[in-house]
Structure formats: structure tokens, C-alpha cells
Design a protein around this ligand. Structure first.
Ligand code: 2M8
Length: 434
């Protein structure tokens, strides 16, 4: 198939905004999203290193006083997205950054390993290291925020209080939590379904749950301790915590490159050891042969396998005996010859839906994480399969937001869904083909 390198660059450049950040997709997502910004910077670094740096520094300018980096920064005014800044009202929090309206929640902590990847890509290492030196403490304070304010049991694992914090918004594993809640039927106008077929997006009832969790957080002025005490959604997510551990590892490597050995690096080492132990104790399910989510509010594991179950391979987490079991689970459930790797949810489960958002479709950012994970584990064949499938999907369908895992579709117009000219699909394509 024909390479789409120039198109990928065009997608990123056309989504780049004068304020120094890149939107994920025109109309559908018109602001800066945290984990998108990280993946986008990796793509930009392959052809415009200055824009890659700006993407990160713009995001970090919006950091809150307590170290939190918000999930969306509303750099501009537009009503093509709901819920926008008037709904989230970050100014309710004393910790918010008054100069940057944002949401009052987070997204997966990607910045540590993104900075490390930028250094690998940059040709002028000295210049990139100087940039990293300016930004690194901000990322450290973000990790300190997680271990200080998001770890209720002080066990080394950070909780999320909203499904949007996981990045895997409407995954079937949240369904069990929605059953414990009965939010009001809110009156609101969806905007996402004016851009994308509603069949490919969450339902209205799911949005009631999403909005309700935000209303609870707003009631407590986004105070972490109160959210932890009252939110019906309080989860330890293996994707989120694996990326935090991976980023801890990267921060330590980068501090070392900068010749810095201080209280911060000591803390990072301590958090890391505790986190890895707790991760293997609390998030491993012997029954599933995989890592799963833990529902802190209801004190139980959520019995579902998803692409998040394999994210720990990307970090220094998985001991040899678990590696064997995890690999076996992947081969049994996710690598069938008639499927592209990797479905975002267990394709053998009845909650799997190959077209609806995070309930089954393939996502390029998850593939990028799992590809590097299997590579790190030495499972090169599986790693290469994931990389090749990602490249094939993009070269076949273009830079869509998500892709149907089924190789044979009844209808040939199907196959790729969600937003068009989607930034992280373009960015990570540029990185995967290297
Ligand atoms: C999706 O989430 C947003 C809310 O954050 C939405 O549906 O409105 C998710 O895929 C998320 O992971 C992603 O960061 C965001 C922007 O691409 O879109």
C-alpha cells in the first residue's frame, strides 16, 4: 500500500492552532486534550521539532497550582463541543489556573515517556535536553500530585473519578458502575453526534452518568479528598497506572541525563517500587490471566479484559510468570487471524461492539502502547503484527479516529469511524513507520 507520510503531516499542520496547540479533530474536538497533546508532539517531532516543543509547553502552562494537568484546556471559545468550559467551571477550584479555563479532571500521564521519545527523535539532542530541563519539574509535580492527592490508601496507585480520566470513555467495563448509579435525565444538547453517527458514539443515558460525576465534583469544588469520599466512580485503572509507572521510569532516566540526583529522584524511586508491587497485587486477575480494573468504591476487581489490560507490558511491571499468562490471554482473545490487532475490548465478550467508540474498535494510540509493550517483553512477532496492522488500517482507510477490528465486513463502506483527520492517528503513524 502507498505510504501516507505527506498526508499525515498535512493533518497535523491543519489541526495546529495559532495558540500553539493541536486540536484532535476539527469540529468534534476543538481544544487541547492532555494525552492527545503528548502523542501529537511525538508525530510533530518527526518534521517540526519546534512545534512539538510548543505543544508540550502550551499544555504545561495550564498546570494547576496543585500540580494537576487538566484533561482539556479550553484555549478558545467555540460551541461546537459539549460540555465546554461553562459546564466544567474550573474556577470553582482554588487550585485551578486562573489564566487557562479547563476541566477539573485529568487524563493518562503520558508526558514523561513523551519527553523521552522526543529526545530520541530530536537530531539536536543538546537543544532538546535543554527544553526537557525546563519542563521536567512540572511533570514531576504532576506525578507528586497523583501520589499525594489521588492515592486514598497510600498504596502507590492513583485513582480516577471519571471515565473520561481513563481516556477509554465508554468501555463496557464501566457498565457495572453505571448500574450502581441512577442520575437524573439531564437536559443538554449533544454536539458530538452532529459530527459523527450516533451509532459510533456513547448513548445519551451514558452522557447522563458522565455529567452527573462532574456535577458531584463541582459540588465539592473539585477538592480531591471530597471527590474520593463521595464519587460513585472511583477506579484504579491499569492503563492509567501503567502509563504513570512508565513515565516515572522516563523521568528518572531524563533526570539522570541532566545529571540531577536530588529529593525528587529519591521520591520517584520510592513511588516506583511501591507502585509496581501494588499493581501486581491489586490489578492482576489470575482468573483472567490479565490485568484488570479495580473498583475502589465497591472494593472489587472489574472482571473484564480490554486493551488496557496489556498496557503494563510497556512499563517495568510484569514479572516473568505473569508475562507468560498475559501473552497467552492476548493470543487467545485478541489475535485471531480474522481480526486486526488490537480490539479495544475483549472480542469474545458479549459487550464487544466493533463499531462503537471504546467498546471494541482499534485505536492507534493503544496500538502504539501495546506494540512497544510486546517489543519490550521480547515478543517481537506479536509486536510487529500490531505495528503492521496499525499501518495497514491507516493506509487503507486514512486518518480516522478508530477502526473496525473485523477484516471481513458485510458493507465495504464500513471499516473506519469517528472523527476525520484525527491528529494522534496521523502523529503515531509517522512514528510507527520509522
Ligand atoms: C475522547 O473523549 C472526549 C472526552 O474527553 C469526548 O468523547 O468528548 C476520548 O477518545 C479521549 O481518549 C480523547 O482524548 C478525546 C480527544 O481525542 O476524545
Amino acid at each position: 500500500m502507498v505510504r501516507r507520510v505527506n498526508e499525515a503531516k498535512e493533518v497535523l499542520l491543519s489541526n495546529y492552532q495559532p495558540g500553539g496547540f493541536t486540536i484532535p479533530s476539527k469540529g468534534l474536538y476543538p481544544f487541547q486534550w492532555k494525552w492527545d497533546a503528548g502523542f501529537i508532539a511525538i508525530g510533530l517531532a518527526h518534521f517540526d521539532i519546534e512545534k512539538a516543543k510548543t505543544e508540550i509547553s502550551t499544555l504545561l502552562k495550564a498546570q494547576w497550582k496543585n500540580g494537576m494537568i487538566p484533561h482539556i484546556v479550553f484555549h478558545t471559545d467555540t460551541d461546537t463541543y459539549f460540555p465546554g468550559k461553562d459546564f466544567h467551571q474550573s474556577n470553582l477550584s482554588k487550585q485551578a489556573n486562573p489564566d487557562y479555563p479547563s476541566t477539573g479532571m485529568v487524563q493518562p500521564p503520558v508526558l514523561g515517556f513523551v519527553l523521552e521519545r522526543l529526545l530520541e527523535i530530536a537530531t539536536d539532542k543538546k537543544d532538546m535536553l535543554a527544553f526537557i530541563g525546563e519542563q521536567l519539574d512540572k511533570v514531576y509535580y504532576n506525578h507528586e500530585y497523583f501520589y499525594t492527592h489521588r492515592d486514598v490508601n497510600q498504596e502507590g496507585l492513583a485513582y480516577i473519578y471519571h471515565n473520561w480520566e481513563s481516556g477509554t470513555d465508554n468501555s463496557p467495563m464501566w457498565d457495572a458502575i453505571w448500574e450502581t448509579m441512577d442520575p437524573p435525565h439531564y437536559k443538554f444538547e449533544r454536539r458530538d453526534t452532529t459530527h459523527v453517527d450516533p451509532e459510533q458514539r456513547p448513548t445519551n443515558r451514558e452522557y447522563d452518568h458522565y455529567l452527573h460525576l462532574i456535577e458531584i465534583a463541582k459540588k465539592y469544588h473539585y477538592e480531591d479528598a471530597k471527590i474520593a469520599a463521595h464519587s460513585p466512580f472511583l477506579v484504579l485503572d491499569p492503563l492509567f497506572n501503567a502509563l504513570l509507572i512508565k513515565s516515572n521510569e522516563s523521568l528518572l532516566a531524563l533526570y539522570q541525563k541532566l545529571g540531577i540526583d536530588n529529593q525528587k529522584t529519591k521520591n520517584l524511586k520510592q513511588w516506583q517500587e511501591k507502585a509496581i508491587n501494588a499493581f501486581n497485587k491489586k490489578l492482576w486477575s489470575p482468573t483472567h490471566g490479565a490485568y484488570v480494573h479495580y473498583d475502589l468504591r465497591n472494593q472489587k476487581q472489574l472482571p473484564y479484559i480490554s486493551s488496557s489490560s496489556f498496557a503494563p507490558l510497556f512499563a517495568p511491571i510484569v514479572p516473568p510468570e505473569k508475562l507468560v499468562a498475559l501473552n497467552q490471554t492476548f493470543q487467545e482473545k485478541f489475535s485471531a487471524a480474522n481480526l486486526y490487532c488490537c480490539a479495544s475490548f475483549d472480542p469474545t465478550h458479549n459487550g464487544f461492539n466493533p463499531k462503537r467508540y471504546w467498546r471494541g474498535p482499534v485505536w492507534i494510540n493503544m496500538n502504539w502502547i501495546i506494540y512497544h509493550g510486546f517489543k519490550r517483553a521480547g515478543a517481537i512477532q506479536t509486536a510487529n503484527r500490531i505495528k503492521e496492522d496499525s499501518i495497514t488500517l491507516i493506509e487503507k482507510y486514512g486518518f480516522k479516529e478508530y477502526f473496525d477490528p473485523r477484516k471481513k465486513l458485510e458493507n465495504t463502506t464500513e471499516g473506519a469511524y469517528g472523527g476525520d483527520n484525527f491528529s494522534w492517528s496521523a502523529a503515531l503513524y509517522l512514528d510507527l513507520i520509522k
